[in-house]
Design a binder for this molecule. Structure first.
Ligand code: ZN
Length: 329
């Protein structure tokens, strides 16, 4: 498209045989023709979110700044070609830029759609997930993964397995891990999973003073919002060790405090490198509304596909955390 136009322009220039004199003309011609092309490619590329005005602004900047404009005066014939390819490179790059800009928006939109979903479940006082309305199935589990984000490889496997089973989970993250791996936090979010707050340092909050508890919780709210644009609304204290101060601080931050109601013991030496033990532990404690505690650990990653298969075969579904009401009942 661009090349064709450039060739046409070249042809026009040659016909006029006054290319160097008409320097401003091709430039303005290009400027006026390119937005049209850009709109076309914009529509087909669904460069959504980018208004035609923005596109035009980008376009007009490119030719004016392009050094090849000067080259053209010296040797019109050959430099036109090189400019054509330069321009198409510019366009290609810009196209990528536009996509890069548009994609996160698209993902965010997609990520936000489930949030609009009806909150048809709530958590009871023993941290089980219970239907709030009759239409919501009772046989569901809440999947949770704590202590990340650690490693891309493990996370990708977890995310792929969750997608395979059309399952959603809460990833309870630690602030220091997020600080180390912000891109992994974004990955979890972009893949449509929910982020929860698991304190900054993974310390026993019950032993901390109120100011420290506040900082441990609020610093995570802040860094998560900074990285993905939304604050967590679920909180799980490390070691399940809470107390009134922790619960109060969570509440002040609009966080739903939870421990769990089904421990996979995947953190324990008894399950180390034993995916089958993780599965067995969960299945033995399985009950409607199970709030399943798991971690970003290799044997849990290895267990997940089989675990979700077994849960489904028992008639269980996976609750979308976005469907859980903000208040415990
Ligand atoms: Zn933990």
């Amino acid at each position: 498209m661009v090349k064709q136009t450039a060739v046409l322009l070249l042809a026009a220039c040659l016909t006029l045989t006054a290319c160097s004199q008409s320097e401003p003309v091709p430039e303005s011609t290009e400027t006026s023709s390119q937005p049209g092309q850009q709109e076309d490619s914009g529509t087909s590329n669904e460069a959504s979110g980018q208004s035609p005005e923005d596109t035009m602004k980008d376009q007009t900047e490119t030719p004016t700044e392009a050094p090849s404009t000067g080259d053209r005066q010296d040797s019109p014939a050959s430099s036109e070609e090189s400019e054509a390819s330069n321009d198409s490179q510019d366009l290609a790059t810009e196209g990528e830029d536009h996509q890069g800009e548009a994609e996160p928006r698209k993902n965010t939109d997609q990520g936000e759609q489930p949030e609009v979903a009806v909150m048809r479940y709530h958590m009871n006082k023993i941290y089980n997930i219970v239907p709030s309305e009759e239409s919501a199935p009772e046989k569901v589990v809440l999947l949770t993964f704590d202590d990340g984000p650690k490693e891309e490889e493990m996370l990708l496997q977890l995310l792929d397995t969750l997608d395979k089973h059309d399952a959603k989970a809460i990833f309870f993250v630690n602030g220091y891990r997020v600080e180390e791996n912000p891109e992994l936090l974004k990955l979890i979010h972009d893949r449509g999973q929910t982020i929860g707050n698991h304190s900054w340092d993974h310390i026993n909050l019950k032993k901390e003073n109120p100011a420290s508890v506040k900082q441990q919780i609020e610093d995570v709210q802040q860094i998560v919002e900074q990285e993905i644009g939304v604050k967590p609304r679920f909180f799980r204290p490390p070691f399940g060790s809470g107390g009134d101060t922790v619960k109060q601080t969570a509440k002040e931050n609009d966080l739903l405090f939870m421990t769990w109601s089904n421990g996979s013991l995947d953190w324990d030496a008894s399950t180390r490198n034993k995916p089958e033990a993780v599965i067995r532990n969960v299945m033995e404690q399985l009950h409607p509304g199970s709030n399943i505690l798991m971690h970003e650990l290799p044997w849990t990653v290895d267990a997940l596909d089989e675990l979700l298969t077994q849960l489904k075969s028992k008639g269980y579904g996976f609750v979308n955390p976005e469907e859980i009401e903000p208040e415990m009942k």
